[in-house]
Design a protein around this ligand. Structure first.
Ligand SMILES: [Zn+2]
Length: 239
């Protein structure tokens, strides 16, 4: 893993402070952001570019939401210390029902294509196809012929549509509920623009081989509260 220099970490700290102000997450946020930057640099991006993606994927709104969640959890545990006799079993079942249903709707729990395609590269450590060094792969690669319809894996809003010819090529980032974001990269064409709302399963782009790519495929990432997670663990949960 490439380690950031002291000066670079200071720069990241200042960028977070400028964007989010003082947060309850403090050092934890700095750690997450630095990890994301290092992982992006491992994929061949410059420090400046890696920082701009990392800071914006963990942007102001995300921060506010995470802070709120942390505060809510603290309040929950404070409440728990008090006698809960006033909560009737019916109310508890009702609450559980709401939580389970909202959660299920919000997760990116389907594949980003309608048809099934082979996964050529899984999430985690892998050999880079360009320089054969072992690197962290932040998403999964799905072998899709150029022009394959790529769909939103959860309801949300289009956060970014960018073109990075030396990295992810044409790339769409969606922002969902419950701290989730999804990234669709190496596209041939984006079919949405920043600010559009999208439904689960809605067409958002056509796949391709733009950017730093050896063959047509979709590079797909799931981010939860700023951390990359293995997208395949969510597949197959959708009804
Ligand atoms: Zn990839």
């Amino acid at each position: 893993m490439r380690e950031l220099t002291e000066a670079q970490i200071k720069t990241v700290e200042q960028a977070i402070a400028a964007q989010c102000g003082k947060t309850v997450l403090g050092n934890e946020l700095l750690d997450h952001t630095c990890c994301a930057i290092e992982a992006y640099m491992e994929e061949g991006h410059s420090f400046d570019f890696a920082m701009s993606i990392a800071i914006s994927t963990f942007g102001t709104n995300e921060m506010k939401k995470v802070s709120k969640q942390v505060k809510r959890t603290r309040r929950y545990y404070q409440l728990k210390k008090q006698p809960l006799g006033w909560i009737t079993p019916m109310m508890a079942i009702g609450l559980l029902f709401i939580v389970v249903n909202v959660g299920a709707k919000d997760r990116p729990d389907r594949k980003p294509t309608d048809k099934d395609f082979r996964v050529s590269s899984a999430f985690g450590q892998r050999k880079d196809p360009f320089d054969k060094k072992t690197k962290m792969h932040l998403g999964i690669d799905i072998v899709t012929p150029t022009g394959t319809a790529i769909v939103a894996t959860a309801e949300g809003m289009v956060e970014k549509v960018i073109n990075d010819p030396d990295g992810y090529g044409i790339m769409v980032t969606l922002k969902h509920h419950e701290g989730y974001q999804t990234v669709y990269a190496q596209l041939s064409e984006a079919k949405v623009k920043v600010g559009d709302s999208v439904k689960k399963g809605q067409l958002i782009a056509l796949s391709g081989s733009s950017g730093r790519s050896t063959a047509p495929h979709l590079h797909y990432e799931v981010i939860h509260n700023g951390k990359r997670v293995d997208p395949s663990q969510y597949f197959g949960e959708a009804k």
